[in-house]
Structures are given as structure tokens and as C-alpha cells.
Design a protein around this ligand. Structure first.
Ligand SMILES: NC(=O)c1ccc[n+]([C@@H]2O[C@H](COP(=O)([O-])OP(=O)(O)OC[C@H]3O[C@@H](n4cnc5c(N)ncnc54)[C@H](OP(=O)(O)O)[C@@H]3O)[C@@H](O)[C@H]2O)c1
Length: 306
């Protein structure tokens, strides 16, 4: 067997291949012939982002704080009208809407608990009314961002109510919102297409043992939902992708009982720091945009290497 052989098929080194290898071995940067000029193919089917100027609206669930607020602000800067959803903090949602308007786009603030199906339906109906009245551009994007954690707990100590809340908001809420968005965006329903970005979490790879396995499991469901839905509607003008953040410095850690968690966990991140909401928003906006026109079913880690 020759030195580079890996299996049975490599035992006999054909003469032509041996010649090619010996040529490759003596070919160095110094004596290699210059590469021929490359002509890049023109791809007329791809609309340059700058030309896609028709106004569009994106609904950001949980847009009043953290990653959702950063995504809402960046969306406005990139030319989207923004519907800002929240549950408790109307003032925070209004402040984000003011930032959207300061960037020259229209904003609509809408309260709804995404863990309640009736409220999700009402939120989309309110959005429809805004679009019909000409106060918002047509809906073309959804960022399924609203999500919760809970205090550290083993599974054998979790109440049924806790597990149910986790899945209601993180999983059912995302699915109900995606369903309502699809009914408006999919060409199957007469829509003009669009883009959905779900927020997963690196917890779906890590499991969050001893902390919140229920949260990790809910985000695992988001990974699979993203993949399946993307394939289901791939020919209907709707792309479905997910961003999977790692440890990001937002208020969510305080709601999990440890406001300093992002700083404390920095040493566990290969980059040795927590990420910012703005860094996650950049990934969300890319997947949302026409620049990601050939990406669907993608789960994009934004984790500093974790
Ligand atoms: N931060 C991280 O380290 C991290 C890591 C991985 C994944 N993620 C995911 O990224 C997403 C955003 O996280 P974040 O850190 O920005 O969270 P955050 O700072 O706690 O903000 C959560 C947002 O969601 C809203 N919200 C909460 N429950 C809701 C409900 N039932 N219906 C509608 N809105 C609701 C909140 O609105 P109110 O203030 O009005 O309640 C708030 O705007 C979540 O899906 C989270 O799981 C975060």
C-alpha cells in the first residue's frame, strides 16, 4: 500500500494518478503557473438588496427589551417598518417604537402574551388593521423572539405549571405566531412571501443540566420546528431560519435569578466574553433580509464559539 492510501481502493495507485500526484508534489507557489482569470457568473434571479426598496413590516415578538429591542432598532435602520410586541412593559415598548420612528420608519406597539393563542390571533388582527389603514407596510417578516427562562431547578423539582409556561411561551407561542404569519405571507395563501427568524438557544446543544433543562428542551423544539417548517414552505416564498445565541448580556438572566450570569459565564466562552444584543440582532437581520435569499432551515450559532 502506498503511504497516502486509506483503504482497499487506494492500494493500487493508477499510473495516471501517480503522475498527477508527483506533478502536484513538485508544484510550489514559486513555480505554479498563474491562475487563469475568473469570470463570476451573473445571477439575475437575485435582487440586489439595495433595489428591494418596497416598504415592508417585521413583527418582533418580545421587542421591548434585550435582543428583540436591538432587532427592532436594527430593522428600522435597514428600512423595515416594525411592529413591537411586549407583555408587561408598555413604556419600554414605546421607547423602542420611538427609536424606530427616529430612524425614519413606522412603528406599531402591540401588547400580547404569545403564550395565549387568542392573544396571538388578536395581535395579528390588529396588525392587519394597521396595514389595511395604510399606517404600516405589508407584513413580510416575523422575528419569533419572545422567550423566558426560569430559576435554576432540577427536573424532579419542577412544577407542572413551570414546565407548561416554558413550553407555552417558548414553543407554542413561536408556533402560533409562525402559523399566523404564514397565513399572510405564504404564496399558498395569496401572500407575497417573506421571512421568519426564530430565536433558539445554544442551550439546545448543551442541555442546561441542573439549571433549566425545560428551557433547553423548549429551544430544542425550536431547532426542529425551524428545520421542518422551512422545508414545508420552501416553495411558498417563505424562508424560515433560526439564530441560536449563547450567553448574551440582557435582562433575561435577572429573570432567571442571576443578573450577573452573563459576566460570570464569560470564562466558559472561547471568546472569553458575553455577546451583546446588537451582535445577535445583526445575525437576525441578515437571515431576515433578501441577502439570505438561499438560506432556509439554517440554524446560525451566535455564541462566541461556545
Ligand atoms: N440572553 C441570552 O443569553 C439568550 C441566550 C440564548 C437565547 N436567548 C433567547 O433570545 C430571546 C430574547 O432573549 P432576551 O435575552 O432578549 O430576553 P429579555 O431581555 O428577558 O427580553 C424578553 C422580551 O420578551 C418579552 N416577553 C416575555 N414573555 C413574553 C410573552 N409571553 N409574550 C410576549 N412577549 C414576552 C419581554 O417583554 P416584557 O418586558 O413586556 O415582558 C421582553 O421584551 C429569547 O427567546 C431567549 O430565549 C437569549
Amino acid at each position: 500500500m502506498w503511504p497516502g492510501a486509506r483503504g482497499r481502493g487506494d492500494r493500487q495507485l493508477p499510473a495516471a494518478r501517480a503522475r498527477a500526484l508527483s506533478i502536484a508534489r513538485v508544484s510550489t507557489a514559486a513555480n505554479r503557473p498563474a491562475d487563469p482569470p475568473v469570470t463570476l457568473p451573473v445571477t439575475p434571479s437575485v435582487t440586489p438588496p439595495a433595489a428591494a426598496a418596497a416598504p415592508r413590516t417585521v413583527l418582533v415578538t418580545g421587542g421591548s427589551r434585550g435582543i428583540g429591542a436591538a432587532a427592532a432598532r436594527l430593522a428600522a435602520a435597514r428600512g423595515w417598518d416594525v411592529a413591537v410586541n411586549y407583555t408587561r412593559d408598555a413604556a419600554a415598548a414605546e421607547a423602542v417604537a420611538a427609536d424606530v420612528r427616529a430612524r425614519g420608519r413606522r412603528a406599531f406597539v402591540v401588547q400580547a402574551d404569545v403564550g395565549e393563542e387568542a392573544q396571538v390571533r388578536a395581535m395579528f388582527a390588529a396588525l392587519d388593521a394597521e396595514v389595511a389603514a395604510g399606517r404600516l407596510a405589508p407584513l413580510a417578516g416575523l422575528v419569533n423572539n419572545a422567550g423566558v427562562v426560569d430559576w435554576p431547578s432540577r427536573v424532579d423539582e419542577m412544577s407542572g405549571a413551570r414546565i407548561e409556561r416554558m413550553f407555552r411561551i417558548n414553543v407554542f407561542g413561536s408556533m402560533w405566531c409562525a402559523r399566523e404569519a404564514l397565513r399572510r405571507l405564504s404564496t399558498k395563501h395569496g401572500g407575497a412571501g417573506g421571512s421568519i427568524v426564530n430565536l433558539g438557544s445554544a442551550a439546545s446543544r448543551i442541555g442546561a443540566a441542573g439549571q433549566y433543562v425545560d428551557y433547553a428542551a423548549s429551544k430544542g423544539a425550536i431547532d426542529v420546528f425551524t428545520l421542518g417548517l422551512a422545508r414545508e414552505v420552501a416553495t411558498e416564498g417563505v424562508r424560515v431560519n433560526a439564530v441560536r445565541p449563547g450567553i448574551i448580556d440582557t435582562d433575561i438572566h435577572a429573570s432567571g435569578g442571576n443578573p450577573d450570569r452573563a459576566r460570570q459565564m464569560a470564562g466558559a466562552v472561547p471568546m472569553q466574553r458575553a455577546g451583546s444584543a446588537e451582535e445577535v440582532a445583526l445575525a437576525i437581520l441578515w437571515l431576515l433580509s433578501d441577502e439570505a435569499s438561499y438560506s432556509t432551515g439554517t440554524v446560525l450559532d451566535v455564541t462566541g464559539g461556545r
